[in-house]
Design a binder for this molecule. Sequence first.
Ligand code: AP5
Length: 218
Amino acid sequence: MRVVLLGAPGAGKGTQAETIVQAFGLVHVASGDLFREAAHKGNELGNLVKSYMDRGALVPDEITIRMILERIAAPDCRQGFILDGFPRTLEQARALDAALVERNMAIDKVVYIKVSSEELQARLGGRWICRKCQAPYHVVNLPPRTAGKCDKCGGDLYQRDDDTAATVKKRIEVYFRQTEPLVAYYRKSSMLAEIDGERPIDAVGRDILKAIGRRPTR
Ligand code: AP5
């Protein structure tokens, strides 16, 4: 099974990806996590990628498409994957379609998580992330059991460099300009499921599993 999670920064893509991973055992491929890993290495590619992320701009399509297509060609993705944060432009969506057709594959479901701009800003301002396993928390909506520590793996929690108020505003603008047109692109096919993401995390998760329409394997 191959699932795409579509939604603005802070819509809950990473949060809900975990629910899907737990239910179906798919591999979670998050473009932002792959870019943060590259940036952490501090090499030429990492520094270039970081320069875009720090401004809240999209990394150029050429770099992004190559990175994701390589990742989903890896053996662990053979049984299926969840794409979180990719595609984000029409060019990326077309490149993904073409690559899957070449491999006799297709996307089964595109889950679009809808959340208002005001709520997105509140969520990103209060977000903390595990440095080790990337699990997201929120100071109000989803606090960790022990302050500063991940419930799942005990890793340290940190706030992302691009979660400052000014960069969040820019990321949301970029989303509406460059990524939201993908909703219309996928609406033309029967694979789009639109989910109201402005409800409790569990309720959103239940609707996503229902929209995917398969029995959980775990
Ligand atoms: P990326 O890492 O993909 O960030 P994003 O899309 O901006 O999404 P976020 O991770 O911020 O939000 P999310 O939807 O996963 O929300 P979460 O579940 O954490 O991208 C970062 C950068 O990398 C981009 O700006 C760009 O530069 C580059 N990049 C990445 N992909 C790219 C691509 N394809 N092309 C080009 N450039 C690319 O939830 C947020 C918070 O809300 C958490 O605290 C959570 O606990 C809380 N929360 C979640 N759900 C709920 C709920 N239902 N109710 C209340 N609180 C909730």
